[in-house]
Design a protein. Structure first.
Length: 353
């Protein structure tokens, strides 16, 4: 009887353990609706989002540099598409790794298959939270084949010391999950080329698009701002590692607010307002005096823009195509290009016709 009782207890324990494990791995943070919106409405024409066996490949205009990303624990990997889509637009192809059960420690070595399958001159690893720790664990044993590592609210547990390896650590000031003592301890494992950036007002969850995270603190800067500052920091880090100057990768146009754009429209002369949406979108409603020049049509110097010194104010629907168009114009030699976002955020309805 004692033997039967023990077997029943063991069976019951095993049953509840299995139930708990199934519940645990299925209780995770899903990509929010902004990810699907990004894919449908603001994903760049210059970036192809390709499904691969281990996740997603964001193939942009770059050819020599790639970044492999490990997502945070219990976070759906697609939640990071908007952040890494921006990086891909700027010349860093990105691989977002789908982890077994959304837990990076179950797929720590997945980067190896990616590196073996694609040809790039410069490979970077990155990861968010637990994903960062696991990516660093892999990097520690492969420093000779990697150029660097980016931590998003994370830290290493193994040495990353190498004269040819660079590390960027970036986190938000309002992060309620990151253990800052571990950040301090982790500095002992970093190479000489180490940069640490704290985004004022940012938190843990806003590196991805999956909503609020339990235990995190409220951010007082927007997710968009946190991700844009993150992209800028990564671009500066990778450019420096390749011997470029910051100016080589920084945009050569200026971003301004809708309020600043309106002030220019009201007070300054010789201004061109450029709507870079499609003709159909333009016809459905546009800012007064704006001229339609679709982003995809900006290949050579546009005939409607003969003056390279003229101030050009660029907008689109949500701000993605306008950034691309502004950069194209700057690359063509236009010296006074100002990008002010999308008509969705334009607060002056009286100026829309």
């Amino acid at each position: 009887m004692k033997w039967k009782k023990r077997m029943m207890i063991l069976a019951a324990s095993l049953f509840f353990t299995v139930i708990f494990c199934v519940w645990y791995v299925n209780d995770y943070y899903h990509s929010d609706e902004s990810v699907q919106k990004y894919l449908q409405e603001t994903a760049s024409d210059s970036v192809s989002i390709i499904e691969i066996p281990d996740g997603l490949f964001l193939d942009g205009p770059g050819e020599d540099t790639a970044m492999i990303f490990y997502p945070g624990a219990k976070v759906e990997y697609t939640a990071y598409v908007p952040l890494f889509g921006q990086l891909s637009e700027q010349g860093i192809d990105c691989f977002l790794i789908k982890m077994p059960c959304n837990l990076a420690f179950l797929g720590k070595n997945k980067a190896e298959k990616i590196i073996d399958s694609y040809e790039y001159d410069n490979w970077y690893l990155s990861g968010h939270s637990l994903g960062g720790a696991m990516a660093a664990s892999f990097a520690s044993g492969h420093l000779e084949s990697l150029s660097g590592m980016v931590f998003f609210a994370s830290y290493p547990t193994e040495s990353l010391k190498s004269d040819t390896f660079s590390v960027l650590s970036i986190y938000g000031s309002e992060d309620g999950i990151l253990n800052m003592d571990k950040i301090t301890e982790g500095k002992k494992l970093m190479p000489n080329d180490y940069t640490e950036i704290c985004i004022e007002g940012g938190n843990h969850a806003q590196f991805g698009n999956y909503g609020e995270q339990k235990g995190d603190h409220a951010a007082w800067t927007s997710r968009k701002e946190q991700q844009e500052r993150t992209v800028d920091a990564v671009l500066q880090m990778t450019a420096a590692h390749k011997g470029q100057t910051q100016e080589d990768v920084k945009m050569s146009y200026k971003q301004i607010t809708p309020q600043e754009a309106k002030e220019k429209m009201d007070t300054e002369r010789n201004i061109m307002i450029l709507d870079v949406r499609t003709q159909e979108e333009y016809d459905s409603g546009h800012i007064k005096n704006a001229v339609c020049l679709p982003n995809e049509d900006i290949v050579n110097e546009p005939e409607i823009l003969p003056d390279y010194e003229q101030q050009i104010l660029v907008y689109c629907r949500s701000g993605n195509r306008s950034r691309q168009a502004a950069q194209k114009l700057a690359d063509l030699g236009y010296k006074n290009v100002f990008e002010f976002g999308g008509i969705l955020d334009w607060p002056y309805s009286e100026m829309v016709e």
